[in-house]
Design a protein around this ligand. Structure first.
Ligand code: NAD
Length: 570
């Protein structure tokens, strides 16, 4: 078995075993003592209770068009700007009717949130933690099937993709963030002599409001973006994605049932620019918790810059954005791992994960076997209705995504550098279906290798085995992103080298594993460069990004002197 040196910034080194390199830097007793466990991913085997519950919830969700109001404070608002959420795999089928808040309604949500924040911040943290615990338990039990069904039908996720997102990850965010926040509170500053001077810290929310703007692709992300700032004592305007509306509304209702008072989180579906323009123009705007594409985050950041003179606080800006994630295969790699890992990373949920592999570098010596393996497995993948258990993947989210991804496939068809090796068919007659597509490129800098596609398109560049150095540089320099990346190799010295030379290419780096699938608390998530502010959702420091700590010094021995001893000529 191969071994690696695990080098920590503190300077000590540990010998570690292969893929467990990072994990083995943590003393084992710390892992065993960890009081919060990740929510188990249920199996949904035939006849299981979870399968029966899910089937019932799917039937109920599919048989109606749920009416989803704008919710500001304790008011439900329905206006004339009506929208619908449809099933991506059957776009004639509506599952939710909702309403876009106009600028006045967004403004009224700001007013309500600013008022609510002051009271909410005074609610003891122990009480807030109890609400979070209750919410996590409701999600894990009574509402698990509903969360999964709304995610499967609204975002076209298969059972397993919904379960790892709308159940496991969402529950983990609530439990782990509560735990991390509780742990952070244990820190108290040094009091050298507490009888003379007592120093302490308390964690306040930020006066004003936080805007949570969430993407369509993970139900759990919506829950985390809106509710982690709330946990810390902030009030929030949550703008969910139109195409994840019903699952996100389900989360909102669960949190109200668990005890989050009206006004603390306001549910404000809206046109993106209307929302962005209104929040960034308010003097009370205190922070943005955003996950989505680079152009949207750039626009919001620029607006914040333009309005900087207006604000009461310097707004906190967290943005987790796109990726152009890679699988780098070394000549020493184990092909048996490379093929399934790449199929899963590139094609699960149609490649619509920010961490999905969309560029791959393969050495010429392994290419014939890897090519055959990938094409064989690709040809077996079943695509269709996500509720049918045989389907590996389903439709892409909407017409805009369909057109964008099809555009890249057309580009591949029309470019002399590119050859489509498998897939390439697109059909939007019933749902937005795009075949998992594998492209070979002779140009490692073609736009298909450098731009985020966010769809089921994998492009492979085959490098000569003796051009390893240049190819590693290409991985590092080809794209503006740095979200996730994976290297596959059995050669220990190469792995050590890759760890250093590719250090800046990924906020989440995988060794002999696929580039997707981070787990809350286990692989805190986020990338650098244009992939985002890398605040590591699912990690221990994330909650504190939303706190405005106050350091308090209490003095018990009166200080009566103005002058210092030496001034008295001593
Ligand atoms: P998007 O940028 O189109 O939309 C994200 C959200 O922003 C949506 O709610 C949208 O309505 C809203 N929005 C759009 N314009 C706005 C504006 N002017 N002001 C305010 N809000 C506005 O992204 P998407 O298609 O929903 O999600 C896909 C993107 O998200 C991909 O780039 C993907 O890589 C990224 N993503 C990143 C992570 C991560 O953790 N790094 C996770 C999931 C998704």
């Amino acid at each position: 078995m191969l071994t690696l040196i695990c080098k920590q910034t503190s300077g000590f080194t540990l010998r570690a075993q292969g893929v467990r390199m990072i994990g083995s830097c943590i003393p084992k007793d710390k892992i065993d003592d960890f009081p919060v466990k990740n929510e188990p991913v249920l199996t949904y085997l035939k006849g299981s209770a979870e399968r029966k519950n899910l089937e019932k919830a799917l039937e109920e969700t599919a048989s109606q068009i749920e009416d989803v109001p704008i919710i500001i404070g304790d008011k439900e608002i329905r206006n004339n700007n009506v929208r619908y959420q449809v099933m991506p795999h059957n776009h004639q089928k509506k599952i939710a009717k909702f309403y876009y808040a106009d600028k006045k309604e967004i403004q009224s949500a700001i007013d309500v949130a600013v008022k609510a924040q002051k009271q909410w911040d005074n609610v003891p943290i122990s009480k807030r933690l109890k609400i979070w615990e209750k919410a996590a338990n409701l999600m894990a039990n009574e509402y698990r099937a509903k969360l999964n069904a709304t995610t499967m039908l609204g975002q076209a996720k298969t059972i397993v993709q919904a379960e790892i997102d709308a159940a496991a990850e969402l529950i983990d965010f609530f439990r782990m963030n509560a735990y991390f926040f509780k742990e952070a509170l244990k820190y108290q500053p040094i009091s050298e002599n507490p009888k003379v001077t007592l120093n302490s810290m308390r964690y306040r929310g930020i006066d004003g409001f936080i805007a949570a703007v969430s993407p369509f692709n993970f139900t759990a992300i919506g829950g985390n973006l809106a509710y982690t700032p709330a946990l810390v004592g902030n009030a929030v305007l949550w703008k969910p994605s139109d195409t994840a509306l019903l699952s996100n509304y389900t989360i909102f209702k669960i949190l109200r049932e668990a005890g989050v008072p009206p006004g603390v989180v306001n549910f404000v579906p809206a046109d993106g620019p209307d929302f962005g323009d209104t929040i960034t123009a308010s003097k009370h705007f205190a922070g943005l918790n955003f996950t989505g594409s680079v152009p949207t985050f750039n626009r919001l950041w620029k607006q914040v810059g333009q309005n900087i003179d207006k604000y009461i606080n310097f707004p906190r800006l967290i943005g987790e954005c796109g990726g152009k994630n890679y699988h780098f295969v070394h000549p020493s790699a184990d092909i048996k791992t490379v093929i399934p890992a790449t199929i899963r990373s590139s094609f699960e949920f149609c490649g619509q994960k920010c961490s999905a592999c969309s560029r791959m570098y393969v050495p010429e010596s392994l290419w014939p076997k890897i090519k055959d393996g990938l094409l064989e497995e690709r040809s077996k993948l079943k695509i269709g209705d996500p509720t049918k258990i045989e389907n590996f993947t389903s439709a892409v989210i909407d017409d805009k995504a369909f057109d964008r991804i099809k555009g890249y496939i057309e580009h591949a068809k029309n470019s002399s550098n590119l050859t489509i090796l498998g897939g390439g068919k697109c059909d939007n007659s019933v749902g937005y279906f795009i075949e998992p597509t594998i492209v070979h490129t002779t140009d490692p800098l073609d736009k298909i290798m450098t731009e985020e596609i966010f769809g089921p398109v994998l492009t492979i560049y085959v490098y000569k085995d003796n051009t390893l150095d240049e190819t590693l540089k290409l991985v590092e320099s080809s794209t503006p992103f740095a979200l996730t990346g994976a290297v596959f190799a059995q050669d220990e010295s190469f792995l050590k080298r890759a760890l250093e030379e590719l250090k800046i290419t990924a906020g989440n780096f995988y060794v002999n594993d696929k580039s997707t699938g981070s787990v809350v608390g286990q692989q805190p998530f986020g990338g650098g460069r244009m992939s985002g502010t890398n605040d590591k959702a699912g990690g221990p420091h994330y909650t504190l990004r939303w706190a405005s700590p106050q350091a308090i010094k209490e003095t018990f021995v009166p200080q009566t002197e103005i002058y210092y001893p030496y001034m008295h000529g001593k």
